[in-house]
Ligand binder design. Structure first.
Ligand code: HEM
Length: 414
């Protein structure tokens, strides 16, 4: 099947993103044993270091690998220059390591790590924008890709300024800029990207159809306004505008959550597989995180902020990613290894490629770990937090074995 690489990037281009991403997920899970939650603060150098190792080395790495595959599917045009993806992951990985060390050990390293990471992000943004320029007809999902990438660009520019402030090179108001940075990269890029891609992937994997998109379309517009207001309040420091931004963001997330509920209700495929369990758990974490966020506005308790961020990052984002990887990676491996033999010799079914037992084991340990760790964070009790991390680290082992995509699958080899 001779499909142009710009439409179907080769396996060897995408697999390093998934391998590095899963390695960093496992590594950063074990890093949590070094944190004492009773002294944790969002601005601790250990927290800042962990947050960037996890969000850049796992979340952004996997999103970029998936985008290499999904952009042609969503935009219905070939990549502008897909080979640029060969230089994005090494730069992002090196930038992430230097930023992690910069936050924790040597602040002077932070701007260098930041700039290397920034270069990798810029190459990704440039390739995506130039591919979007080839699009003739815009639709909702394409708009989410465009809006999310614009937010990422500005969030990263503020990140670089913050890094120069953190290393003492520049005198900046870190607390104010931090709000804009976090809102643009986490809510603006990661949030809106998941919003757009979930509208393509969930109906595709659940065979949901004939449902209205009105809730998610309104959510995108309201969330974009919410983000712009929070960013604006970072520069003009008006509390009313900041709170209005938060309220609009919560309304948007609730509308999005309702859209996902409608897709769940209209699904034809009702199989309770690892994908289904991961999606249900991740969206429940999103719902609880939203409720805790609303409580935080009226009762700004720091452990509450840490716990809702933990559920949003390690609950919602992580399970959306690992859940989709249990769908996408078996297909990529099957296509790479067995599609050439179709009709020539016996090949395994796609469903045989999913390691069901270890996938369920990782789900039980990881979901229990996330819940128990969030209780430990909320109460500020380190022993409860560490028992949650112990379960998470047990769950991380099957994940890294399941996605060891270089070693051929054992059982179903023809
Ligand atoms: C070029 C890349 C980046 C640079 C240079 C950068 C720099 C920074 C700096 C210096 C801070 C801390 C400011 C302070 O409080 O002293 C920060 C905080 C933060 N950044 Fe980034 N960042 C980058 C990319 C990202 C990305 C891609 C994400 C998310 C996807 C992200 C998420 C966050 C979060 C959540 C915080 C707050 C963490 C906390 O309060 O514990 N950053 N960033």
């Amino acid at each position: 099947m001779n499909i142009s690489q710009q439409f179907a990037p080769p396996f060897k281009l995408i697999s390093p993103y998934f391998i590095i991403g899963i390695f960093v997920l496992t590594f950063s899970t074990f890093l949590l044993f070094g944190m004492d939650i009773s002294y944790a603060h969002s601005l601790n150098s250990s927290t800042l270091s962990w947050v960037h190792i996890f969000l850049l080395g796992f979340v952004m790495m996997i999103i970029f690998g998936a985008m290499a595959q999904l952009v042609p599917v969503v935009l219905e045009v070939g990549h502008f220059a897909v080979d640029l993806y060969y230089i994005i992951y090494p730069l992002l990985f090196i930038g992430t390591i230097l930023m992690g060390m910069g936050f924790y050990y040597f602040p002077i390293l932070l701007p260098y790590g930041g700039v290397i990471a920034f270069v990798s992000f810029t190459i990704f943004l440039l390739e995506t924008f130039l591919t979007i320029l080839k699009v003739k007809k815009f639709n909702f999902v394409i708009s989410t890709v465009l809006v999310a990438n614009i937010f990422l660009l500005f969030g990263l520019i503020i990140g670089i300024v913050l890094a120069l402030g953190y290393s003492g090179t520049l005198d900046v108001n870190i607390n104010e800029l931090l709000k804009a940075h976090v809102y643009l990269v986490l809510v603006g890029y990661v949030g809106i990207t998941i919003m757009g891609m979930s509208l393509v992937l969930l109906p595709m994997f659940w065979l949901s159809h004939s449902f209205s998109w009105i809730f998610v379309k309104s959510a995108l517009v309201i969330l974009s306004f919410g983000i712009l207001l929070v960013v604006l309040s970072s520069f003009i420091n008006v509390k009313f505008i900041e709170n209005l931004g938060y309220i609009l963001s919560f309304i948007a997330l609730i509308l999005y959550f309702f859209q996902i509920f409608i897709i769940y209700k209209t699904r034809v495929r009702v199989e309770v597989d690892i994908y289904f369990k991961s999606m249900v758990f991740s969206y429940l974490c999103l719902l609880i995180s939203i409720i805790m966020g609303i409580i935080y506005i009226f009762n700004p308790n720091h452990n509450l902020l840490l716990a809702l961020s933990w559920l949003g990052i390690f609950g919602f984002i992580t399970f959306v990613i690992t859940g989709h990887m249990y769908k996408i990676v078996p297909f990529l491996v099957w296509f790479e290894r067995f599609s050439p033999f179709v009709g020539k010799k016996k090949v395994p079914m796609l469903s045989d490629m999913v390691p069901v037992k270890s996938a369920n084991i990782q789900f039980i340990f990881s979901s229990l770990g996330v819940i128990i760790a969030s209780i430990g964070i909320l109460l500020g009790v380190d022993s409860i937090f560490k028992s949650g991390i112990s379960l998470l680290s047990i769950g991380a082992i099957p994940v890294s074995l399941d996605f060891d995509i270089f070693s051929p699958p054992t059982s179903s080899q023809p």
